[in-house]
Write a protein that binds this ligand. Sequence first.
Ligand SMILES: NC(=O)c1ccc[n+]([C@@H]2O[C@H](COP(=O)([O-])OP(=O)(O)OC[C@H]3O[C@@H](n4cnc5c(N)ncnc54)[C@H](O)[C@@H]3O)[C@@H](O)[C@H]2O)c1
Length: 357
Amino acid sequence: METASPRPLRAGIIGCGVGRSHIRGYAANGAEVVALAGLDEERCRQAQQEYSIPYVYRDYQDLLARDDLDMVSIAVPNYLHAEIALAALERGLHVCVEKPLAHTVADAERIVNAPRRPDQQLMIMFNWRFRSDSQAMKRYIDTGAAGHLYYAKAGWMRRSGIPGLGGWFTQKALSGGGPLIDLGVHMLDLSLWLLGYPKAVSVVGATYAEFGPRGRGSFGGRFATGAGGYEVEDLATAFIRLETGTTLLLEASWASFSHFKDDFYVHLYGADGGAEMNVKEYTEVDTLTFYGEVAGAPVEMKPTVKAGQAHSLGIQEFMGAIREHRPNLSPPEQGLALMQIIDGIYRSASDGREIQL
Ligand SMILES: NC(=O)c1ccc[n+]([C@@H]2O[C@H](COP(=O)([O-])OP(=O)(O)OC[C@H]3O[C@@H](n4cnc5c(N)ncnc54)[C@H](O)[C@@H]3O)[C@@H](O)[C@H]2O)c1
């Protein structure tokens, strides 16, 4: 007997920068992208043509007012995440919001506490979790082969990559901060996810702004520069104590005199083994090394994994959770925990002391 295949899910996208990776993700996973909203008309029209999207709006409320959508992706500046997520949840839609969950702890709390149906999805796009190498590292850690993980190091360092000097990224009230909340949040998430999301108990942080205030270190390219000031750090470093006794050393920079254009990593140190993920210039090959011992001799293992488009894999998870009526793997409570740590790091940096969380 033939069973009818379910109708395609219908998506709306708000924001047309990284929002385009969501569009590609929905298309790759068999969804219909019905509508797009954004203020940058030209970019939106280009995306409309490229991906054959029927409707484009300037006002996101017009997109949310449609009655044919199942889900929306929110890919707008950080200060708008809460306002738009709350409006979309109220419309009954499944919501996938870009990282960070919000620009402040208060807004992250508003999102987490917003009323929603038990089966209504609210997922944060932590795309790097869905890379095949991250997934392989998670599976390895979860076997217990590395034993108790007592130390971790993670970071994302850029040679010259301040997004949009003077635009929303570099204005504290709009972004919530610099590379710590932009890039560091990814690596903090990846580390905590691999470690099973233990709570953080205290943080010490320091921040620096050596490039941005002098108009240096810009990414150029797709990010428009603006007339706003440079109000955030361009490098942050932090030492984080977790409730398990494990400590985590974190660094994030948009601009620094260093080797690679983009270099991100997570290193985990366990009592019986270790694991490293090193991603230079976004490569997906040869990024993993697992360390252990065989018959008393130290060994290095180099797993080979298939490359995949991380945003598409994230959207696959979002749509899978919708279809299967199950919790998604990147829930908002984790986004709130990250915001509390990031806020603690900024407070530690400005007060010059350790902050208890
Ligand atoms: N997961 C990732 O790898 C990744 C990568 C880049 C950005 N991001 C996140 O995505 C979000 C957007 O970043 P971006 O790089 O695309 O920024 P961007 O500045 O390139 O694009 C922002 C988009 O939001 C739209 N927008 C702004 N205000 C709006 C409003 N009131 N109503 C409707 N649309 C509005 C703009 O028109 C634009 O299309 C941020 O939260 C950022 O942290 C995530």
